[in-house]
Structure formats: structure tokens, C-alpha cells
Design a protein around this ligand. Sequence first.
Ligand code: FES
Length: 351
Amino acid sequence: MSSQDIPEETLPSTQGHAHEGAVATAGDPFADPGLPPHEPRMQDIDERAAKRSERVVAFLFMLSMLATVGFIAAYVTLPVDKNIYVFPIGHISALNFSLGLTLGVALFCIGAGAVHWARTLMSDVEVADDRHPIEAAPEVKAKVLADFKLGAEESGFGRRKLIRNTMFGALALVPLSGVMLLRDLGPLPGTKLRKTAWSEGKMLINQNTLQPLRPEDIAVGSLTFAMPEGMKEEDHDFQQEIAKAALMIVRLQPENIKDKQELDWSVDGIVAFSKICTHVGCPISLYEQQTHHVLCPCHQSTFDLADGGRVIFGPAGHALPQLRIKVNDKGYLEAMGDFAEPVGPAYWERG
Ligand code: FES
């Protein structure tokens, strides 16, 4: 049944200016219902109402700017370890709370300002257009350009300078929040990964008893863990430092030591090697006294402590670094310097 067969009174009436007079065409039983007539808003007929809306939009954009400044201020001034009580969440980091709140307000206000602007001040006249072929004809391009200019004019973008400028201000400032967060990527490690807490003259401290070690404390076949003199567990950087400086000490029969440098760097068969696996940095803790092998529990890399800490099995690609030691005047074991090479995963050497 075509539209011609439908009684005219049963077809929806056409309204609005865009499709006035639209009727069902042959093969299309539904007439274009058109658009409802445009109802002017308060802002369309009252310039004072329009001004009020303009101020609200500008206020939201300015609030966004203030929130971004607050974000930066919070990032710079609030200590990382400060906690505050926020109902109903409970105790949370003051820094995280402030950053989340200010960034949220900054983004929300830009969104809310844009929505309020569009709803109250930009043109709300509804238009309808027919489908066109995909390729744009020159006259279509000209129409698009004209529509764009008309839209820009109707939005008041050029005329309402207060809104335009505050919006630019808010949009320009809000990315600063992301730029500030880049600071968390730093500072660059510099040479920190190449150095440990060991230096010449530092005594070897037993990590269990916290007492300086004498050669006679190290029995053949035992495995002892040591750290440099002066380190305390309560130090804020203890974990970072011990992760590089941890040492394992074993006593071998000097005649069993195959590597000449290892023998030179030892004291009566006592050798000190980094405890940090050169694969991906797990602490090594398993010692097999008959073979002098140590085994990393993470991926089973095995090192020969009688042969310069050489890798004899597993994914580690680098021998364990050895610390050169001696006995000082008081009879305690002490370091003769830092490790000669970076400890831990071999990729550190590429930096
Ligand atoms: S970390 Fe030691 S073998 Fe992988």
C-alpha cells in the first residue's frame, strides 16, 4: 500500500520549518513527520538570562583552572606519607586524595561548562537534512563551510569572548596535570645501580647477629650472609641498599679455589660473593657444600663459588660478582672497595 492509499487524516502532520509540506512519496508509506516548532528558551528572549548563563559557564571554566592549579600545588607541597581521615572512606593518603579531587573537579568543570554553554546559549534550532551521496560536490563543500560559519556565529564563539577565553584557559591548563605526573618517572638512576654500599674499610656484618665477622666465625661448609657496616634496618633506604649490597660468605679449602683472581680476593679460603642472582635479581640462598655450588631458587641458575662464581646451569648470563676482602688490624673481615662490576641482572651493565 502506498502513501496515496492512506487517508490523509491518518498520516502524521508535518511540522517545523525544515520539512514543511513533506509528504509520503511513492514507495514510502510513511510521511516525514517534520520537526516540532522551535520553543525559544529564556536565554533566547532575555539578554540578562543569557548573560547569567554566560557567567555560569565562565565560572565553571575558571573553577577548572583553579582546580588544576590546586592539583599542581598539592603535588608539589604534600608529603607522600601524610594520611588524612575522610568520611566515609577512612584514612587515606592526603596526596592521592588531593590529586584525585582536584583533577576530577578540573575535568568535570570543563565538561559541565561546555554542556551548560551548549544547552543555554548555543542555537537549539533542530534541523533535518536528507541523505546525500558520499562524494561531496563542490556546492556541498561550500554549504558545509557556510554551515560551519553559521554554527560558529550562532554559538557566540567569536562574540562571547569571556566564555571563549576562559575555555581556552581551562583547556590549556588541564594538560599540566599530566605533565606534572611525568615527574614520578624520575629522577634518573644515574650511577646508583652501578654502586653499592660497600667501600674500602667497611667491615662485614653478620646479617643475623649484627656483629662484625672474624675469619674464625666462618666454618668450612657454612653459608653466612653479611651486609656493610653502618647499615640499619630502620634506615629509609635500607631495602634499596641491601638489595644491592647483600653478600654471601663461604669458606673453601684454598686448594679447591680454581680461579686465581678469586683466590687473590679471598682470605684463608673465605670468599665473599654478591647474593643477588645475575638473572633477574632474586636472592640466592641454597648452598651445596660438597660441590661449592649455589642455587638460585627462582629459575635454578647455579653458580660455582670455587670457580669465580661462574654460571654452570640456568638462565643467568653472568658470573656472580665477588667482593675483595681482607682482615683488618682488629682481626675483622673488611671490604677492600666496592664490587668491581654491577651486581644483579646483567642488563644493568648496558645502561
Ligand atoms: S633470578 Fe635467579 S635464576 Fe632467575
